[in-house]
Ligand binder design. Structure first.
Ligand code: ADP
Ligand code: MG
Length: 245
């Protein structure tokens, strides 16, 4: 049997506090992710979803346990992992296309400027940022457009694992629906492995191959996290795209 692409093994995270009472966000968390899977993790606010994502990203260290990707233990951030945050996190002084090109160049240092920009443009096209909008700075883009840039940026570095932390949380329902479609289309074209946090069950059902439910049980905060796998049939079907938004 092949080893799973991503193994989360005995993961625990505790935050110390000044009174010496550690806050245990989760402990004994175990799950695997296969290459190419689209995983959604749902759970109530404060149950530790972002904390798990930050550990997978290498932005934070687990207190116990380990995350192994492709047989190597994750430690520290890496271009192997792309991240999309709820607040976009674009560099404000750079145009949309430069925001994307920046990571592409870092990932492919030997590429020419033309190669880097062509690649960035391809991904911006995929998320529907065209007609010169790619030359605008983040402040001149709507929230939806900013999140499109942020998604294009994460996919364009072609990471082994893409991590999305409530990427649509700040968007109105219509924009959310359109960008969800675009996310699915871009994912279908790339065979990317995606780990996405949402607190929206409908969104998880719409997007995910498999849903992990993170629950801290009756005692809020300190308790063992329970993961429930909801298996869905694999699908990379055509999704209708409305170019109006
Ligand atoms: P979620 O993303 O599911 O809403 P988080 O992972 O952000 O939840 O937070 C889980 C718990 O950990 C919360 O109680 C939060 O207050 C706590 N927490 C998160 N980050 C820190 C930190 N850096 N220091 C102390 N406590 C933290
Ligand atoms: Mg969160």
């Amino acid at each position: 049997m092949d080893k799973p692409f991503l193994e989360i093994d005995g993961l625990a995270k505790r935050f110390p506090n000044p009174k010496g009472e550690d806050l245990t966000v989760f402990e004994n968390v175990n799950f695997d992710i296969d290459r190419g899977e689209f995983i959604c993790i749902i759970g109530h606010s404060g149950c530790g979803k972002s904390t798990i994502l930050n550990v997978l990203a290498g932005l934070d260290e687990p207190t116990e346990g380990a995350v192994t990707m492709d047989g190597k233990e994750v430690s520290g951030p890496s271009l192997d992992r792309g991240i999309v945050f709820q607040n976009y996190s674009l560099l404000p002084w750079m145009s949309a296309i430069k925001n994307v090109a920046f990571g592409v160049k870092a990932r492919n240092p030997k590429w020419s400027r033309a190669q880097v920009y062509d690649h960035a443009k391809t991904f911006l096209d995929m998320v529907g940022l065209r007609d010169g909008a790619e030359h605008r700075k983040p402040a001149q883009l709507s929230g939806g457009m900013r999140q499109r840039v942020s998604i294009a940026r994460a996919f364009a570095i072609e990471p082994k694992l893409l991590l999305l932390d409530e990427p649509f949380g700040a968007l109105d329902a219509l924009t959310r629906g359109t960008i969800q479609d675009e996310l699915i289309r871009i994912w279908q074209g790339t065979n990317q492995t995606v780990f996405m946090i949402t607190h929206d069950v409908d969104e998880a059902i719409l997007l995910a191959d498999r849903i992990l439910l993170m629950s801290n049980g009756p005692k809020a905060q300190v308790a063992e996290s329970v993961f429930v796998d909801i298996e869905r049939p694999r699908r990379r079907a055509e999704i209708i795209h409305d170019p109006a938004y």
